[in-house]
Design a protein around this ligand. Structure first.
Ligand code: 5GP
Ligand code: MN
Length: 334
């Protein structure tokens, strides 16, 4: 669809719902709230609805108090989605990523817009999608630019968008951090994003128990398989309970094994009520998106993907270790 069609739709105030993927991360919340501030500024009636709760280290984001968690108020969420004129779907590629909101969004007569950077997206009425983009926050910035409104990017919008670019690029170090990303970041700082404050808000907001859980994962739960360039961590429900787990506490732990020289694939297996949640990270050519799609019902990006398993924690880890036999060469050569 032509950009002009969307520009036309947005030319008068609309009832708009913004949804992001379940277990929202910095990019999901930053892009949703960044877009929310922009649309509100333009006179639209906008609202961010999340499928479930998100970590405390994101609750300082401007506009946080306006976000509706559909798990708390399911009927309200369904009603807003049903009566929306436009639904923006942010930071996910298929409706299955929004759990219980998938059916209401599918059934809503609203005009549906996707803004996302994950591979293999499903079809939406309007797609602002680029796999090479560092983050959905980058795409929201470019979307606002396309609409001719770059000058409207204020401190609130800039702070939100900075956050997601920062978290999705691993603080500007992943290969997706091309020069253009730094130029956008410079624009966001010019617009009022306090980069140093944002870093501390997101990365230096650990509770004591979260820091101890991280230490425990590394000292007690890390298995390294040097000959397969792989390392992984697994955590049981009981272990999480012992450390007073709250959502967000395990965020980022999966990155640490990649700090070992020679390790190119990392995984974390987390036992939950409804199965095992898995995160994969890789460096180089080995695509964890493909690996997770093929074996763990998940997906994501080439170097960062998630998945799940209904096997026990131990069986899930065993399945992973067995699979490594056939992938070892690809991982090592990655
Ligand atoms: P994480 O490991 O941090 O949960 O997710 C890493 C990346 O993979 C994120 O971009 C996330 O949106 C995506 N992802 C996580 N879990 C899944 C999943 O089950 N399916 C798909 N398609 N993507 C996922
Ligand atoms: Mn993202």
């Amino acid at each position: 669809m032509e950009n002009s069609a969307l520009i036309n739709i947005l030319s008068s105030p609309k009832r708009i719902v913004i949804v992001c993927h379940k277990n929202p991360d910095g990019d999901a919340m930053g892009s949703s709230l960044g877009l929310y501030h922009y649309l509100t500024l333009k006179g639209h009636h906008a609202m961010v609805i999340t499928p479930n709760e998100y970590p405390d280290f994101l609750d300082w984001l401007p506009g946080n108090e306006t976000v509706k968690n559909a798990k708390d108020i399911p009927q309200f969420a369904k009603d807003r989605i049903a009566e929306a004129e436009i639904i923006f779907c942010l930071d996910f590629n298929t409706l299955s990523r929004i759990d219980q909101l998938a059916t209401p969004v599918e059934q809503s007569a609203a005009y549906k817009v996707l803004i996302d950077h994950h591979q293999q997206p499903q079809q939406f009425d309007f797609m602002w999608h680029r796999v090479e983009a560092s983050s959905t926050c980058q795409l929201v910035f470019e979307f606002i630019e396309m609409l001719g409104d770059k000058a409207l990017v204020n401190k609130d919008i800039a702070s939100c968008l900075y956050t997601g670019i920062m978290t999705d690029t691993g603080s500007f170090r992943f290969p997706s951090t091309v020069a253009k990303v730094h130029r956008i970041i410079a624009d966001l700082i010019d617009a009022g994003a306090e980069n140093s404050v944002i870093h501390r808000n997101v990365f230096s907001a650990y509770t004591e128990s979260r820091l101890k859980l991280l230490g425990y994962c590394i000292s007690e739960r890390l298995t390294v398989i040097p000959e397969k360039a792989t390392a992984y961590i697994s955590l049981s429900k009981d272990e999480l309970k012992k450390f007073g787990f709250v959502p967000g506490d395990t965020e980022g732990i999966v990155n640490y094994p990649l700090d070992i020289k020679g390790i190119k694939l990392s995984a974390i297996f987390i036992e939950r009520e409804d199965g095992v949640k898995i995160s994969f990270r890789s460096v180089g050519q080995f695509s964890v998106n493909q690996f997770s799609r093929a074996h763990f019902g998940g997906g994501g990006h080439d170097n960062a993907a998630g998945g799940q398993s209904t096997l026990s924690l131990q069986q899930t880890v065993e399945k992973f270790v067995t699979l490594l036999d056939s992938y070892a060469q690809d991982i090592i050569n990655s």
